[in-house]
Design a protein around this ligand. Structure first.
Ligand SMILES: *Cc1c(COP(=O)(O)O)cnc(C)c1O
Length: 875
């Protein structure tokens, strides 16, 4: 212990020991986290108390007692040997205690009231950190801050020790996480069901400008937010064969893997609701491979348990891309099979499900259960539910099908063909033979119906079949989901329109009533109150704090667009956020940036359709212009790009290398100085988004029109006071509608223009030859200007842009550059810029996930959201 107290320099800083001295004076309250604490006026104190919770003396005393109790009994440490991480865990457990009573009470309440339940099935839940979110939703933030301060500790420093739960790739996974927050905040009896990946999305390192992946061992130090529930373990079957008997079908000789549930509490915003996210972990059964072991076989059988447990080992790191691997199919069936057993058990154990009349009568399932499929990833829920109803529960096919369709609903997240799941039949036949039979039967009946509606239209049957013929027969999972659901929705108006008009046109024609739109949203708790408390305070000071649960109230800010004091407050908070983020970058990455420059951010997964390359062409153009006229005034910019490339996506990795290479040249050119800097933000993830987005002036949302289903990053920036430069794509269209098109920087082709160009043929050369600045930029990339040691490094990228660019980067170049000039011009006038910012913030109401979830509840699930609290526990 003594040698440890000396401090071991090889240990990570968070493990080093320093003994904090207790303090007796009260903590100087924090305003925004950017500034040093300074004394506040009484009025300011009242505001703070409301947004960050009350730091009453008794509260603080209790928190200190419980913190010390956990350090002693849970962490088994005293203050002489406790590490920073021990303090984090002690704090996490202290906060967690406040969830327990509410969690138990909420579940009891659901049992008593027996409301309809909704199950959100997703292969991804991109949760990020939990500690601060819990404190925000339970109004504990000020009290904890004060308690830790009195103990000589810094709460923010401890918060930074928590690992992200990175169980998602990007927007789709983060959406699931925002939805859980909204469902709890709206008092819905909701459950998130997914996989407890042992390794989440990889950690990205940048080495010599290249992306290098590292395994995300997020559970290494334990996870204080989960509770294992081994008593609810469920068997999941794979492989085997099907036997047809007179009394029904049997799936036999299967291999069994156990699904072990881990529950994580999901607190609503200050309403005493705590819902459950249940994630399954794969566990080999005790008898795994031991049936016919011989003397040497025992050791091998125990070692082989890993094979079964690999199912929940790692998240597939693809965003908007389908990779047809058997292990992935196993993951998809694993979560579905375990979850459906849970759903049906809970239904049968409910008051309604166990009444005399309804007992074992699953025809009432759709009255009490809604299942939402987050993309086609959990599509196996449909054939699995049919298997349970027909094979196990002995219902007729027709009855089972009616239950299935009325229970399930499907959300589509993309129109990119490479992202649509199409599983080879052979894989299925081997892994899930009974489900393949069921899918064939679903398809037979489906095609019979289509055939009777359109006699002789064999091409239509081919187009609409669940089975795609070809060298390799494949199952089209989107078609399965449409046929097996009562509702199909896109995630922004333009996207839902495209689904009806092109991708699923044939299906829309026969079942128009199924098709809906549910424009995505984000939770204002995490993406404003938690990540940008300064802005939340400035807003609460003017319009009260009800906007936190009713974001439409932000429109009250329109009264203040000409209020100089308010504009100054908004601009000041932005400046503080920028300084704080600049300090963070300097501390962690040793880069110095000019906090007076415009912070221009594009953070999202690296993908050709998102067009980081268009951003690169703008950077190079700006660079060339400054070089050409170095004595002119140029609005200074710091352009930051961040995001992960799928490890197998070569072009995306080359794009990262191009960005870092451009940065090398631009950032070290003395002529440029601090008027243009290019920073690649390493390891973009939820926690980095929370730090970066509040510091942004400009949000880049520049996908080719018709390719980004919705986007949610765009909404986070808008809510945090950045202006958007973007195309008429995804939710940008609705953002422009809400804020007024003049308050965004909209440029480029519309969907119609893109379609027209597809008909006529896109010719990149035309733009290259006509636009000298474009030609210069492209020639620099291909000529090795940014890669002097390897001049041919980017020839594949340039070849793609010139000869087979599916996303038509050059076609939008001219308008994009012009639009960026307008951005630079407006930025010179802080007041006019900030007015537009306020117009944007005031128009954010629609983009709360509370609105999105209310629509899902009323229009798909047949449930009624409420802002009522449930009774508080008597702790
Ligand atoms: C919101 C979010 C996304 C989605 O961003 P888009 O710009 O909509 O693609 C991706 N990753 C993280 C970490 C996010 O928080």
């Amino acid at each position: 212990l003594d040698s440890r107290r000396e401090g071991d320099p090889t240990r990570p800083a968070t493990d080093r020991i320093s003994q904090p001295a207790a303090r007796t004076s009260p903590r100087p309250p924090r305003t925004t986290r950017a500034t040093m604490p300074k004394p506040l006026t009484d009025q300011e104190k009242r505001k703070q108390i409301s947004v960050r919770g009350l730091a009453g003396v008794e509260n603080v005393a209790d928190l200190k007692t419980n913190f010390n109790r956990h350090l002693h009994f849970t962490l088994v440490k005293d203050r002489n040997v406790a590490t920073r991480r021990d303090y984090y865990f002690a704090l996490a457990h202290t906060v967690r205690d406040h969830l327990v009573g509410r969690w138990i009470r909420t579940q009891q309440h659901y049992y008593e009231k027996d409301p309809k339940r909704v199950y959100y099935l997703s292969l991804e839940f991109y949760m990020g950190r939990t500690l601060q979110n819990t404190m925000v939703n339970l109004a504990l933030e000020n009290a904890c801050d004060e308690a830790l301060y009195q103990l000589g500790l810094d709460m923010e420093e401890l918060q930074d020790i928590e690992e992200d739960a990175g169980l998602g790739n990007g927007g789709l996974g983060r959406l699931a996480a925002c939805f859980l927050d909204s469902m709890a905040s709206l008092g819905l009896a909701a459950y998130g069901y997914g996989i407890r990946y042992e390794f989440g999305i990889f950690n990205q390192k940048i080495v010599k400008g290249w992306q290098v992946e590292e395994a995300d061992d997020w559970l290494r130090y334990g996870n204080p937010w989960e509770k294992a529930r081994p008593e609810y373990m469920r068997p999941v079957h794979f492989y085997g064969r099907v036997e047809h008997h007179p009394d029904g079908v049997k799936w036999v000789d299967t291999q069994v893997v156990l699904a072990l549930p881990y529950d994580t509490p999901v607190p609503g915003y200050r309403n005493n609701v705590v819902n459950t996210m249940r994630l399954w972990s794969a566990k080999a059964p005790c008898e795994f491979n031991l049936k016919d072991f011989n003397v040497g076989g025992y050791i091998q059988a125990v070692l082989d348990r890993n094979l079964a447990e690999n199912i929940s080992r790692v998240l597939y790191p693809n965003d908007n891309f389908f990779e047809g691997k058997e292990l992935r199919l196993k993951q998809e069936y694993f979560v579905v099979a375990a979850t459906l057993q849970d759903i049906i058990r809970r239904f049968k154990a409910s008051k309604f499900g166990s009444t005399e009349v309804v007992r074992m009568d699953l025809t009432k399932l759709p009255e009490k259960v809604a299942i939402q499929l987050n993309d086609t990833h959990p599509a196996m829920a449909i054939p699995e539910l049919m298997r349970i109803l027909v094979d196990d529960e002995k219902l007729s096919w027709e009855t089972a099908w009616d239950i299935c369709v009325r229970t399930c609903a499907y959300t589509n997240h993309t129109v990119l063909p490479e992202a649509l799941e199409r599983w080879p039949i052979d894989l299925f036949q081997n892994l899930l033979p009974r489900h393949l039979e069921i899918i064939y039967e679903i398809n037979r009946r489906h095609l019979e119906r289509i055939g009777s509606l359109y006699p002789g239209d064999f091409d239509r049957l081919r187009r609409m079949s669940l089975i795609e013929e070809g060298d390799q027969k494949k199952i089209n999972m989107a078609h399965l989901c449409i046929v097996g659901s009562h509702a199909v929705n896109g995630v922004a108006r333009i996207h839902s329109d495209i689904l009806k008009a092109s991708v699923f046109k044939d299906f829309y024609e026969v079942d128009p009533q199924k098709f809906q739109n549910k424009t995505n949203g984000i939770t204002p708790r995490r993406w404003l109150v938690m990540s940008n408390p300064g802005l939340a305070e400035v807003i609460a000071e003017r319009i009260g704090e009800d906007f936190i649960r009713d974001l439409d109230q932000l429109k009250k800010l329109l009264k203040f667009v000409d209020d100089e004091a308010f504009l100054r407050d908004v601009a000041k908070i932005k400046q503080e956020n920028k300084m704080k983020f600049a300090a963070h970058l300097e501390e962690h990455y040793k880069v110095k940036i000019n906090p007076n420059s415009m912070f221009d951010l594009q953070v999202k997964r690296i993908h050709e359709y998102k067009r980081q390359l268009l951003n690169c062409l703008h950077i190079i153009t700006m660079y060339n212009r400054i070089k050409k006229e170095p004595n002119k005034f140029w609005t200074p910019r710091t352009i930051m790009i961040g995001g992960k490339a799928a490890p197998g996506y070569h072009t995306a990795k080359m794009i990262i290398k191009l960005i870092t290479s451009i940065g090398e040249v631009v950032n070290n050119d003395p002529v440029i100085g601090d008027r243009l800097k290019v920073i690649f933000l390493e390891n973009y993830r939820v926690t980095l988004a929370e730090k970066a987005i509040p510091a942004a002036d400009l949000s880049e949302q520049i996908s080719t029109a018709g390719t980004e289903a919705s986007g949610t990053g765009n909404m986070k920036f808008m809510l945090n006071g950045a202006l958007t430069i973007g195309t008429m794509d995804g939710a940008n269209v609705e953002m422009a509608e809400e804020a007024g098109e003049g308050n965004l920087f909209i440029f480029g082709m519309r969907v119609d223009d893109v379609e027209a160009m597809d008909k006529k043929g896109y010719n990149a050369n035309e733009y290259y030859n006509r636009i000298p600045e474009l030609k210069q930029a492209v020639d620099q990339v291909s000529g090795g200007y940014f890669s002097p040691n390897e001049p041919g490094l980017f020839k594949d990228i340039v070849n793609m842009l010139m000869n087979h660019d599916r996303f038509k980067v050059f076609a939008d170049y001219e308008e994009y550059i012009k639009c960026q000039e307008h951005v630079s011009e407006l930025y010179k006038n802080t007041k006019e810029w900030t007015k537009k910012v306020v117009h944007n913030i005031a128009a954010c109401g629609k983009f709360s996930s509370d609105r999105t979830i209310s629509q899902y509840a009323r229009e798909i699930w047949g449930m009624e959201p409420t802002l009522e609290k449930i009774p508080a526990p008597d702790d």
